[in-house]
Design a protein around this ligand. Structure first.
Ligand SMILES: [Zn+2]
Ligand SMILES: [Zn+2]
Ligand SMILES: [Zn+2]
Length: 363
């Protein structure tokens, strides 16, 4: 996620911000423009907001706030269509079920989950993979375990992503991460993984990519439930060195899980690179005399080769982990990419790049 600036005063602001802490301007993210805008109420139209400044080459934005802006359970800072046809923004309108919001705990949980979902939306939008680019979008059910009912399983089925909102509780998520011997478990990671299943259906199934997919990831027609049973019966594989072909231990479970794990990892990498590029990061590894050129924003140039992205990303993750260790925290990027995982990431990059170029040609 790139660092944004308040377009009224120029101060750095974050994606979640609703107000600029420097000039107190009201802020909202305009998904159609992919821009954070400082807004003031229109003097002529009710519920319409107008951007207080006009970036070069862009029209002054006239927008409505997402109806969830003042809803504690979503606390959304996205805008929505000016014509009033869509009361909810492009992210919120994809949520179908929420847990009982009369429970204050669920308000906090859903606000965290919806925030992670907006992060997911942002990266997908950078890759031209949203309804704004003519694609169908996943539906989201955010549910809680209830006494007397089957536990809510996080997963994807026929275009719907279900997430157990207990994953928003830090203690519960840490407990599950340790129980599964996972090095990494976050809300955003869950949503990125499940979006991988959704986009397998969109980008791979019944396309020219299906055979190359099978050559790399394996045949997805093998029995899914049986494969998962085998995976869990095998027990935890440990946190590292599970094998040279997969990005995570869970990726061994089934070709679909391998794809979804690799997809999530690809989104992590692209997001990291964009963040670093927006801060104009230029690296020189300790002990090396030559510095690399500044990190490229992979969303600005759809033609960047995956090898180039990887070459810039690996030292970036070393620095990132050094920074978090300096703060007494564990590694923010607890992964080491094997050659097999790199080949799969490269395949995903090729699939997504072909899609991006196709969308660019259409517009
Ligand atoms: Zn400001
Ligand atoms: Zn919204
Ligand atoms: Zn999965």
């Amino acid at each position: 996620m790139r660092a944004f600036t308040c377009d009224h005063c120029g101060h750095v602001v974050f994606f979640e911000n609703t107000t600029c802490i420097h000039c107190q301007s009201t802020l909202a993210f305009v998904p159609e423009l992919m821009r954070m805008a400082a807004l003031s109420p229109s003097t002529t139209q009710e519920d319409v907001w107008v951007s207080t400044s006009q970036p070069q080459g862009q029209a002054q934005a006239h927008v409505r706030m997402c109806l969830n802006r003042n809803n504690q359970g979503a606390a959304c800072n996205f805008t929505t269509a000016l014509d009033g046809s869509q009361p909810y923004c492009v992210s919120c309108r994809q949520t179908r079920w929420l847990p009982n919001l009369n429970n204050p705990r669920n308000l906090l949980r859903t606000s965290k989950v919806e925030n992670a979902k907006r992060y997911l939306f942002y990266t997908l939008a950078c890759l031209k993979l949203t309804s704004l680019h003519g694609l169908r979008a996943p539906i989201f059910d955010f549910l809680e375990d209830l006494p007397g009912h089957l536990p809510i399983m996080t997963g994807h089925l026929n275009g719907t992503i279900t997430l157990n909102v207990a994953e928003a509780d830090d203690d519960e998520r840490a407990r599950r991460r340790l129980a599964m011997f996972e090095p990494y478990r976050t809300l955003l990671g869950h949503l990125r993984h499940e979006s991988g299943h959704f986009f397998w259906d969109v980008l791979i199934d019944d396309t020219q990519w299906l055979q190359p997919f099978r050559r790399l990831f394996g045949d997805e027609r093998q029995d899914y439930n049986l494969a998962l049973q085998h995976h869990y019966a095998r027990g935890p594989l440990g946190t590292v060195d599970w094998d040279p072909h997969h990005v995570s231990a869970y990726a061994l479970a089934h070709p679909w899980e391998d794809w979804a794990e690799t997809w999530a990892h690809y989104l992590h990498m692209m997001d990291l690179m964009e963040t670093a590029a927006s801060y104009h990061v230029q690296l020189r590894l300790p002990g090396h005399l030559a510095s690399w050129p500044p990190i490229d924003d992979p969303f600005a140039n759809p033609q960047l080769a995956f090898e180039h992205i990887l070459q810039q990303c690996v030292p970036l993750t070393l620095m990132l982990n050094s920074l978090t260790r300096s703060l007494g925290q564990s590694d923010a990027y607890p992964f080491a990419l094997s050659t097999g995982a790199v080949a799969k990431l490269k395949f995903i990059h090729e699939v997504v790049t072909a899609h991006r170029l196709q969308i660019a040609q259409q517009s």
